[in-house]
Write a protein that binds this ligand. Structure first.
Ligand SMILES: C[S@@+](CC[C@H](N)C(=O)[O-])C[C@H]1O[C@@H](n2cnc3c(N)ncnc32)[C@H](O)[C@@H]1O
Length: 240
């Protein structure tokens, strides 16, 4: 793995890993679970397919794929060793669940921009709330398209800002003011929430995801706003 490149991100996410899930569900009022379910349903994996979940963090997107589809195998990768450890602990807890039966979840440390998988290894690839943190997205898309079978699907879920001005203003006040305040009160540190607000703003103002996916060779690129545009689910396909 290219430790030099992922080191700052790895350090930041490892530092917040233990509180990550709690903050996620608390600050999104639990809606993050619904967004991952929507992504899993949009990808519509069948029983003979396998999927790669990049930036898997503590594993919630990988678990959503296993829970909401009959998929055979999911592989989750993340550059943070601590996140992967937590995902492994969660896997132990979830193994008895009915929806985990006869399915395989593999988890490993890897860099999404330099994946250590053979070409054409997966039928689908997902990324939930991870791309915002990676400056070299072109490298990530090259890796995703390389690792997919012809016709393979991708699904990306990212935060966005609502189009409607009133909702956007209210939501932006929540993200940029209320969340850092709650971060200080609830977890004793406002900085990760300030980072979240900065990264959402940067994503909204600078990143043209659909154009980047088209430049990487993906087709059938379809964005769908979720919860009034607070998040956007984008699906696309590798040509046959
Ligand atoms: C906001 S979390 C999202 C976690 C999870 N997908 C979810 O839905 O909750 C972003 C994750 O991306 C990981 N990450 C950031 N840059 C990465 C890279 N270059 N390669 C792999 N993982 C990366 C971080 O370690 C972190 O766990």
């Amino acid at each position: 793995m290219n430790e030099h490149k992922t080191q700052p991100t790895e350090a930041m996410f490892s530092a917040i890993a233990a509180r990550y899930d709690r903050c996620n569900h608390l600050f999104s009022l639990g809606i993050d679970r619904i967004w991952r379910k929507r992504l899993a349903q949009a990808i519509a994996l069948t029983a003979d397919e396998s999927a790669l979940d990049i930036c898997c963090g503590t594993g919630d997107m990988a678990f959503a794929l296993l829970k909401y589809s009959p998929v055979r195998q999911v592989v989750g990768i993340d550059c943070s060793e601590r996140m992967i450890q937590l995902a492994q602990e969660k896997r132990m807890l979830k193994t008895p669940r009915r929806w985990m039966k006869d399915k395989e979840l593999r988890l490993r440390v890897d860099d999404a921009a330099a994946l250590r998988f053979e070409d054409t290894s997966f039928d689908a690839a997902t990324c939930a709330f991870g791309l915002r943190n990676i400056p070299d997205r072109a490298a990530v898309f090259d890796q995703m398209i390389r690792a997919l079978n012809p016709g393979g699907r991708i699904g990306i879920c990212e935060f966005s800002l609502p189009r409607r001005p009133l909702l956007r203003n209210v939501y932006w006040a929540y993200v940029s003011q209320v969340m850092p305040f709650l971060g200080r009160v609830v977890v004793g540190n406002a900085e990760p929430l300030r980072y979240l607000a900065r990264s959402i703003h940067h994503w909204h103002t600078h990143v043209r995801l659909e154009e980047e996916l088209a430049a990487a060779g993906f087709i059938e690129i379809r964005p769908t706003p979720l919860t009034g545009g607070i998040a956007t689910l984008t699906t696309a396909q590798k040509p046959q």
